[in-house]
Design a protein around this ligand. Sequence first.
Ligand code: UDP
Length: 369
Amino acid sequence: MYDYLIVGSGLYGSIFAREATNRGYKVLVLDKRNHIGGNVFTEQIEGIHCHKYGAHIFHTNNSKVWNYLQQFASFNRFTNSPIANYKGELYSLPFNMYTFNQMWGTITPEQALQKIEEQRKEITGTPKNLEEQAISLVGRDIYEKLIKGYTEKQWGRECRELPSFIIKRLPVRLTFDNNYFDALYQGIPIGGYTKMIENILDGIEVKLEEDYLLRKDYWNSQAKKIIYTGPIDAFYDYRYGALEYRSVTFETEILNCPNYQGNAAVNYTDRETPWTRIIEHKWFEFGKDNLGNELSKTIISKEYSSEWKLGDEPYYPVNDEKNSLLYQKYKTLADEEGTIIFGGRLGEYKYYDMDATVASVLNKCDEEL
Ligand code: UDP
């Protein structure tokens, strides 16, 4: 009999397993995939750690979270500075003095602010949706060229139908600063995320290619408590209907050239280009392999966003009103479970960043263990 059966070996599940083990509990981790790490999984190809489920750049302001992870990985000094490509015009992200200069030719913060102020006047009152929020933050020009197409591709919905909080993730600055994240700590685990998860799970029993939901009753009989990090609606067999998710797929190519786009991430912000962004994995590690050698090849992944359907991997919860209400119904069921804890992006249907996931599982460990 296990004390805890942990479903899913992503950040949430792995850290719970580590903490429970450290505190003397007997645990087993299941994952339905053939590898650990959930969506932070990286695979080494041609000496490059490829982010198989999309770019993961660790960033946080939470020193407890940062210090906690230092036990399992050293982080490099990668700083996320994506480029936006709008029909061949290049812009710096996030929105800052470089972007304003490229968009309007403004030189000083005062000039840029004046442009923004002029354009944001069209929104009066509190912004009711992502479109209004975006225009009130940066004005219509930037909204049309750098936000609208990208967001509608990524979410498959009109900006007017999306909640405003999504765009508040992006900073707006009147300084020349292309660092995407307002974070005290930032970087990529040296040696890849998979190595970090391996270190977290060191010495812990893990069973791969085991789909808990297919043998739920059996597995429930094997442990006193379950930590479930899969989709909450799937756990309840979609009893009230399926929650909506966005899924992403990747087209990955190995190229015989050392440098394809000169940056880890380029966002294609027009509506017509079918992919949302291209990542060039080697630049997460400055184009070098584990030994510090320059690499002659490169690997790129084009990212396509799609509406999730049964059988796809869910990536992003769609936290609009309809889905939030549906989630509340599942949450009510979950709250009545005595022995099952739901956690992580899918278990809590929350657009968690990695650091928020770590903070959340550490809190849960303090509460539970
Ligand atoms: N976004 C945008 N243009 C960009 C990048 C982001 O309009 O070039 C918007 C878009 O609505 C997106 C949101 O900002 O959903 C959050 O982007 P972020 O890069 O944080 O998303 P993630 O990396 O989690 O996919």
